[in-house]
Design a protein around this ligand. Sequence first.
Ligand SMILES: Nc1ncnc2c1ncn2[C@@H]1O[C@H](COP(=O)(O)OP(=O)(O)O)[C@@H](O)[C@H]1O
Ligand SMILES: O=C(O)C1=C[C@@H](OP(=O)(O)O)[C@@H](O)[C@H](O)C1
Ligand SMILES: [Mg+2]
Length: 170
Amino acid sequence: MKNLYLIGFMGAGKSTIARALAKKCPSKRIEMDQLIEEQQGMAITDIFAAHGENYFRDLETELLRSFSESTGYVVSCGGGSVLRDENAALMKENGCIVFLRATPETIYERVKDSTNRPILNGNMNVEYIRELMEKRRPRYEAVADICVDTDGKDVDAISEEILKAVEDRS
Ligand SMILES: Nc1ncnc2c1ncn2[C@@H]1O[C@H](COP(=O)(O)OP(=O)(O)O)[C@@H](O)[C@H]1O
Ligand SMILES: O=C(O)C1=C[C@@H](OP(=O)(O)O)[C@@H](O)[C@H](O)C1
Ligand SMILES: [Mg+2]
């Protein structure tokens, strides 16, 4: 199996769906944010505060490179990782890219209590989420092999929809 890269805005459900998919099919799971936190010994918020966003983006590229030639992974990507051309190319090379979509209102409900999403620090509101989502949406859509709407769907239904779409493509 090629790698499955889950992309989309913060709160789209990448981490949650990756966990569900890893239970449903014989794959190993990679949670990019968690691996970076373990490697750095720091929370994402602290990495941003201590070293800045570019440093974090370099860590994402390094991590994607490290398994880009391996297969059989379900990868929960950081929401901004696919914005770099090099990262998108690494995902495309040996994987199927799944874009999880949700409206700004749904995203807000899912992330409003989050304290470890520094991009939303001080901007935790629907309008800011909508603005940033509109900037990122063309990118998510351009690189995606599969798009799945997640509003009002439970985790099991979304996972099944992804597995079916992947099967239909093969
Ligand atoms: N389909 C869904 N329906 C309801 N809640 C969801 C759904 N997917 C994710 N969530 C919840 O939204 C929050 C953010 O999900 P998460 O998987 O961390 O998103 P991401 O990794 O894309 O930022 C979590 O609390 C999770 O339980
Ligand atoms: O969208 C982004 O730029 C980010 C998303 C986060 O991951 P989630 O999408 O899992 O929240 C995390 O990688 C970091 O806070 C930056
Ligand atoms: Mg996540």
